[in-house]
Design a protein around this ligand. Structure first.
Ligand SMILES: *[C@@H]1O[C@H](CO)[C@@H](O)[C@H](O)[C@H]1NC(C)=O
Ligand SMILES: *[C@@H]1O[C@H](CO)[C@@H](O)[C@H](O)[C@H]1NC(C)=O
Ligand SMILES: *[C@@H]1O[C@H](CO)[C@@H](O)[C@H](O)[C@H]1NC(C)=O
Ligand SMILES: *[C@@H]1O[C@H](CO)[C@@H](O)[C@H](O)[C@H]1NC(C)=O
Ligand SMILES: *[C@@H]1O[C@H](CO)[C@@H](O)[C@H](O)[C@H]1NC(C)=O
Ligand SMILES: *[C@@H]1O[C@H](CO)[C@@H](O)[C@H](O)[C@H]1NC(C)=O
Ligand SMILES: *[C@@H]1O[C@H](CO)[C@@H](O)[C@H](O)[C@H]1NC(C)=O
Ligand SMILES: *[C@@H]1O[C@H](CO)[C@@H](O)[C@H](O)[C@H]1NC(C)=O
Ligand SMILES: *[C@@H]1O[C@H](CO)[C@@H](O)[C@H](O)[C@H]1NC(C)=O
Ligand SMILES: *[C@@H]1O[C@H](CO)[C@@H](O)[C@H](O)[C@H]1NC(C)=O
Ligand SMILES: *[C@@H]1O[C@H](CO)[C@@H](O)[C@H](O)[C@H]1NC(C)=O
Ligand SMILES: *[C@@H]1O[C@H](CO)[C@@H](O)[C@H](O)[C@H]1NC(C)=O
Length: 796
């Protein structure tokens, strides 16, 4: 009987989809069409549409290019996720990749709210943040230093919290780059719009800037025929891996979207009604404003019809958009919708009520409060302990410490440099790297560095300090290392003499505009090996913008400890000191796989300089999902990280359906109403999984309990996928219970025929784990024809 009702339900949901699939129509994107239940955005819609009703066509044309209309003075917009870009007197937070290595939802929310308050204090209405794409398909991607790791579930969860934080501060979060913007190489092509997209930066008009991964400009051609790369991807992977995290940002208050420079299946992101209207505005129910990345917009009329809502005066002038509205090639309904969408975030966040005055980037407006302290806490808790032989770390009662590498000290010119969005950075930075390159770079009021902190500590703690602040290693030409007493030969080897600990600092650098040419670096790897050959307690500290391999020296007997982090921002030196000397117990976890060899990453994801047609044929199998599929042993797995204490998981895991609710709605297709976040029922909690974690060591610390799901075979999914995580802080010998809540969407896959999310019948195995390769116990739920039957547990 139950089974019959369940299949009936599936049929009904297919029926309702047939009409919903008309979502790919021009009218459905209009907020006035009623396609989307606006929920807590309804009030903003009422205010915006009332205001727009009072406007003439020429007022509306002015409004959508940022003009002043009545007492609406337009939105001030600015990058980035790590601070108000280019501003004096602001906090420079850890970059996105570092923040997310905390695996700490609350830290992300606190950071974003504090960052948002700095934007607000400067009178900025909309922040181009977070950078949700690139997601991280390629280990060589140049922009991963500011993004949130290649796992779709994880990036969505963290970005959702970030968006909530920015909007809790009253600032409109605008997520970039929509969508499939996985590479920097060839992202731009040629545009005749001359940067009319209203985005940041400033591309030279009519210039093709095709670049090699080393930053060399390959082609400055002014021909108008060159295109940006296009991504070919199937509908299933598009939804499950790349679109899915945007559901989280829309749900949490995303009020803006920056369409990308690249093409998807041949069409420019900012010109594609499929991307902007069908997927973003209807499938996700996005209620806000779409604006273009620099040079993302190609035409005035197609972009308006596709779903762009904001552009520059040059592009949407009287003679383009004005004429098009007059002759009907852009409808007045669309123009009204554009105008309304320009004001949705503004009214949603009550920016019409006493918003701070706009301050220029050099005005003295103090907004920092206690943010330095919070930035330091975030930075320290993002650092991952990769290895720790014989408790090499934390450093205790040392008499003599030597530090190595240009990364230990500030660069000679700084702390800020000219903004370069053309990839002219990397593969390493000479000097301490605490920001990524390009528009994610940030603005430092100051920068704490290891050399500064080691000097302070040597003075305080009484150890002998020596340094070698160069990445190139040398041995003494005249043999031997030491002279008499403190007199040393001027060589790397000389500096190792009589050291209780040798700490080597190295970085990998990249940024907007260019991808990476290598995931290792011969020069800094040689430095580690030279030091380790001569110092039996060699500790390596890495700050990186993406996967940085360690196999050139990780098995060296004398490498005793390794710390691994992202770009840590202004508190970098302080945070590294906190972890190295034990004031903070490391609790960061990897958000990407560290391979043993570059060749272990999928060759298909390598940067292809001469290819504008990129085939994402691996589908959902990126990062750890690819390593699992190919049975490749990683050096360090996604989710991995050690602590100065140890943890054990309980042997018992329980999985159960959520109590209450109609069990028949469990399986099959999603049937909820379309709302701001996609179909409403996608967010219903349908099951919970519970486990316990114990701190079995002698010091307080934090473990990140992770939950991976193996779908039933019928779903055609990767072997295991992250579906929950929780960071638990535990005093010594204390135990905590961790409960993971699974939403319908977490158990659903994209059905390409039905164009809907669906829960397949079969066994769902939930693995509690300490990393994607460290599974501790599991439990199974069986779901059949829409009804879940039972849960059981096992150990592994
Ligand atoms: C387009 O969408 C609108 C609003 O949802 C709907 O009323 C209309 O029927 C759709 N048109 C087509 C041709 O499906
Ligand atoms: C950078 O890469 C290009 C293309 O691969 C190559 O021609 C050029 O020599 C490289 N430049 C440097 C400085 O390595
Ligand atoms: C392209 O232009 C840049 C800056 O003007 C110049 O340095 C570079 O040599 C040019 N490259 C080519 C291939 O013409
Ligand atoms: C556009 O047209 C309006 C009248 O329709 C006029 O007031 C305005 O000055 C024009 N703008 C430009 C830039 O020509
Ligand atoms: C309407 O105006 C636009 C912009 O000038 C032009 O591209 C288009 O061809 C015109 N369409 C008609 C039907 O006149
Ligand atoms: C104009 O100002 C009034 C009074 O402060 C306010 O209520 C209204 O929302 C404002 N309108 C806009 C578009 O900012
Ligand atoms: C680093 O050492 C190399 C090799 O001795 C030398 O050529 C280079 O000038 C040094 N760099 C700095 C910044 O001192
Ligand atoms: C390592 O980084 C340095 C500095 O960025 C660069 O000059 C060098 O080419 C890189 N690669 C190797 C193999 O050392
Ligand atoms: C480790 O360091 C010591 C010096 O402390 C050195 O004698 C030894 O050869 C090193 N071991 C290796 C494997 O290089
Ligand atoms: C490491 O080297 C130090 C001094 O160079 C020496 O005192 C110590 O015994 C060595 N430790 C081991 C385990 O070899
Ligand atoms: C990495 O793989 C390549 C190609 O398989 C091989 O030539 C190279 O020796 C490997 N490197 C290391 C460090 O194992
Ligand atoms: C679950 O754990 C049990 C007990 O260790 C193990 O035998 C089984 O293979 C695991 N199941 C899966 C699907 O990994």
């Amino acid at each position: 009987m139950k089974q019959v009702s369940a299949s009936l339900l599936a049929l009904l949901s297919l029926g309702s989809l047939a009409s919903a699939d008309a979502s790919n129509n021009y009218t459905a994107q209009l907020l006035s069409s009623g396609t989307i239940k606006l929920g807590d955005w309804q009030d903003a819609y009422d205010k915006a549409s009332a205001f727009v009703k009072t406007l003439s066509t020429s007022d509306k044309l002015s409004l959508v290019v940022g003009g002043e209309v009545g007492n609406f003075t337009g939105l001030h917009m600015l990058d980035s996720s790590s601070n108000p870009l280019g501003y004096y007197y602001v906090t420079n937070w850890p970059a996105g990749l570092a923040m997310v290595m905390t695996w700490d939802n609350d830290a992300i929310h606190k950071q974003a709210k504090a960052l948002g308050s700095e934007f607000r204090g400067k009178g900025i209405n909309l922040a181009y943040a977070p950078t949700l794409e690139p997601l991280g398909r390629s280990a060589w991607g140049g922009r991963q230093g500011e993004t949130y790791g290649p796992d779709s579930y994880f990036a969505g969860a963290m970005r959702g919290r970030f968006v909530k934080g920015i909007s809790d501060a009253g600032v409109i979060p605008s997520t970039k780059h929509f969508i499939m913007n996985e590479y920097e190489t060839n992202r731009e092509g040629t545009t005749s719009m001359g940067g009319g997209g209203g985005g940041p930066g400033g591309a030279p008009p009519n210039k093709r800037r095709r670049q090699a991964t080393n930053g060399t400009v390959l082609d400055n051609s002014t021909s108008s025929s060159s295109d940006a790369y296009t991504v070919h991807i199937d509908d299933k992977a598009y939804h499950e891996t790349y679109l899915a995290p945007f559901y989280d940002t829309v749900k949490n208050g995303m009020g803006g979207a920056m369409c990308a420079m690249n093409r998807v299946n041949g069409l420019y992101s900012c010109e594609s009604q499929d991307l902007l209207a069908k997927y973003l505005k209807v499938e996700l129910g996005f209620p806000g404003i779409v604006h273009a990345d620099i040079s993302g917009q190609r035409t005035a009329i197609n972009s308006a019809n596709a779903g762009m809502d904001y552009s520059s005066q040059n592009t949407w002038s009287n003679s383009t958009l004005g004429v098009a509205v007059n002759n009907g090639s852009v409808t007045t309904a669309r123009l009204d919708d554009m105008a309304i969408r320009n004001m949705m975030g503004y009214f949603h966040l009550n920016q019409d009520q006493g918003y701070p005055d706009y301050a220029s980037n050099t005005d003295y407006v103090e907004v920092r409060r206690n943010h330095a302290e919070l930035a330091r806490t975030c930075a320290a808790s993002s650092v991952v302990l990769l290895t720790n032989k014989n408790s090499a770390l934390p450093l205790k009662s040392k008499r003599s410490i030597s530090i190595f590498g240009s990364h230990a000290a500030p660069r000679y010119f700084g702390p800020n440099t000219e903004l370069d969005v053309y990839g002219g950075v990397g593969p390493t930075m000479q000097g301490h790297m605490a920001v990524v390159g390009g528009s994610g770079m940030g603005s430092l009021a100051y920068l704490t560095t290891p050399i500064q902190l080691f000097n302070e500590r040597a003075a305080k703690d009484g150890f002998q300090l020596r340094w070698w602040l160069n990445d190139t290693s040398t041995t003494s030409s005249s043999g031997g290392v030491a002279g008499s007493g403190t007199e040393l030969k001027e060589s790397t080897v000389g500096v190792t003499a009589n050291s209780d600990a040798c700490v080597v600092f190295l970085n990998a650098w990249a940024g907007e505009g260019g991808d990476r040419s290598e995931l290792t670096n011969g020069t800094t790897d040689a430095l580690v090996n030279t030091v380790a050959d001569n110092c039996n307690n060699t500790i390596v500290v890495i700050n990186t913008v993406g996967p940085r391999l360690v196999d050139a020296w990780i098995e060296h007997d004398n490498v005793t400890g390794v710390l691994y982090g992202g770009a840590l921002g202004q508190e970098s030196g302080n945070a590294l000191d906190d972890v190295l000397f034990g004031a903070v117990n490391p609790s960061g976890r990897l958000v990407h796989t560290i391979a043993k060899n570059e060749s272990d990453y999928d060759a298909n994801t390598r940067v292809q300089e001469d290819n504008l047609e990129l085939d994402f044929s691996e589908g959902n199998y990126i990062d750890y999902k690819y390593f699992d599929q190919q049975a490749i042993e990683p050096r360090y797995a996604f989710g991995y990280g050690l602590s100065y204490t140890t943890f054990e998981y309980g042997s018992r895991v329980t999985a159960q359906l959520s109590s209450g609710g109609n069990k028949r709605t469990m399986g099959g297709y999603s049937t909820g109403a379309r709302a701001v976040r996609g179909r409403e029922d996608l967010w219903d909690i349908v099951a919970t999984v519970t486990t316990t974690v114990m701190n079995t060591g002698g010091v307080a610390g934090a473990e990140v309990a992770q939950l991976y799901l193996s779908f039933p075979d019928a779903a055609g999914e990767p072997a295991r996928q992250l579906r929950g995580f929780e960071k638990v802080v535990l005093e010594p010998y204390k135990t905590a219970t961790v409960t993971f809540e699974l939403r319908r969407r977490d158990l659903s896959v994209w059905d390409t025929a039905a164009q809907n999310w669906k829960m397949e019948s079969g066994d769902y195995v939930f693995h509690v784990a300490a990393s994607s390769r460290d599974l501790r116990a599991n439990a199974t739920l069986t779901i059949q024809s829409g009804v879940s039957l039972y849960g059981e547990y096992g150990l592994e």
